[in-house]
Design a protein around this ligand. Structure first.
Ligand code: AVJ
Length: 361
């Protein structure tokens, strides 16, 4: 076992505590690649808060397949390929979330910039950062030069976003962080005064206990007076929800299937992925879309790193993702329990999506 793998395992398992240590571990995997990129672009490369290894993925898959019912961590949907497919999902006519949120931000960005005053913008799960450009424009129009720190698990999309924003907006100083949200939490206080952006209803990926821990960490990381801009899906129409997660062009299905293609690429699994189906259904009782991979034939998921193999039966469904939907009359008082007071709520006419400006009290 090399020292990097040992370090990752130690970080994953900690010393038996429930949560691994949160101190960011700086490991640079692709130093040559990163340096070349930085030199070419004349900019600082994303700082690595975490070096994702195939072992992280292997351990996560093995753990999820050991659960009953089986599930997989949705974080691993976003490798370079998955992030690219997700960008395509966002462009589909059925996927109203991105479009609606973009329109809300376009209308509200000036008001948001006025309410927060000049602050550093930090964004969790920034992805391509297209929607954020609207906000960045409003901040620089009102306050002049602006600092922007996107945080993302996908290094490739982070580099792209950084290059695009740097090229388009010379008045924006981009300092990207490559890592998970948890990796970034200990750094939050150092950006104060700040506006933390968490857009796209990504918070819907967290189940209720994960959300509790997430908001506790955010509340602990922000300083009193700091702001958070949260995008949430509030659509109640089951047909619209079903369509959004089952687009006609098949990008949603490709996104789910890519998780298993990634297993072939990184874990040496030899899955027949075309026979794995995407199943997404709205569960009204839990107010969430549940996304499964359904195996249409019996297969084994081999994880070479761990020397383990999991048999998946014909017809078996593995949960790959949940996407919770929210009600503002629940969400606002819930957030208040973490000391996050809603200052303003922006929405579209059809009440499909909402953007909340929160203030840490
Ligand atoms: C990125 C979590 C907001 O739940 O709508 C879209 C992910 N998965 N289609 C969502 C997703 C399949 C998306 N989030």
């Amino acid at each position: 076992m090399d020292s990097l793998t040992a370090l990752t395992i130690e970080k994953l398992y900690g010393s038996g505590d429930r949560e691994p240590a949160v101190a960011p571990v700086r490991v640079d995997l692709n130093q040559a690649q990163v340096l070349a990129l930085a030199a070419a672009a004349g900019q600082k490369p994303p700082a690595d808060l975490r070096a994702e290894t195939a072992m992280d993925f292997a351990v996560s898959v093995a753990r999820g397949l050991s659960h009953a019912p089986r599930r997989l961590d949705c974080r691993f949907l976003y490798d370079a390929r998955g992030s690219e497919i997700f960008e395509r999902i966002c462009e589909q006519p059925e996927y109203y979330l991105t479009r609606t949120e973009g329109a809300i931000l376009a209308a509200a960005a000036g008001d948001i910039a006025r309410r927060t005053g000049p602050v550093t913008l930090v964004e969790l799960g920034s992805g391509s950062g297209i929607k954020t450009q609207i906000v960045l424009e409003a901040y620089s129009a009102r306050h002049g030069p602006v600092r922007y720190t996107p945080v993302d698990i996908s290094k490739s999309i982070l580099e792209l976003a950084e290059q695009e924003i740097t090229a388009k907006m010379p008045h924006v100083k981009v300092e990207a962080l490559h890592g998970t949200y948890e990796d970034a939490f200990p750094l939050l206080a150092s950006y104060s005064p700040c506006l933390l952006l968490f857009l796209g209803s990504t918070v819907g990926n967290l189940d209720s206990s994960e959300a509790d821990r997430f908001w506790e960490a955010i509340a602990a990381g922000l300083m009193p007076g700091d702001f958070c801009l949260l995008g949430v899906d509030i659509n109640e129409d089951p047909d619209a929800l079903h369509a959004a997660y089952n687009d006609g062009a098949g990008y949603s299905a490709a996104f789910t299937r890519n998780l298993f293609e990634r297993m072939n690429r990184e874990l040496g699994a030899s899955l027949n992925t075309p026979s794995i189906e995407h199943v997404a259904a709205y569960n009204p009782e839990w107010r969430r879309v549940e996304i499964f991979a359904r195996f249409t034939s019996t297969q084994s998921i081999d994880i070479s790193q761990l020397g383990r193999s999991f048999r998946v039966g014909k017809g078996e469904q593995i949960l790959t993702e949940v996407s919770r939907k929210f009600r503002l009359n629940h969400m606002v008082p819930y957030l208040a329990t973490f000391g996050l007071a809603a200052q303003q709520i922006y929405s579209d006419e059809e009440k499909r999506f909402a953007v909340l400006l929160l203030r840490r009290v």
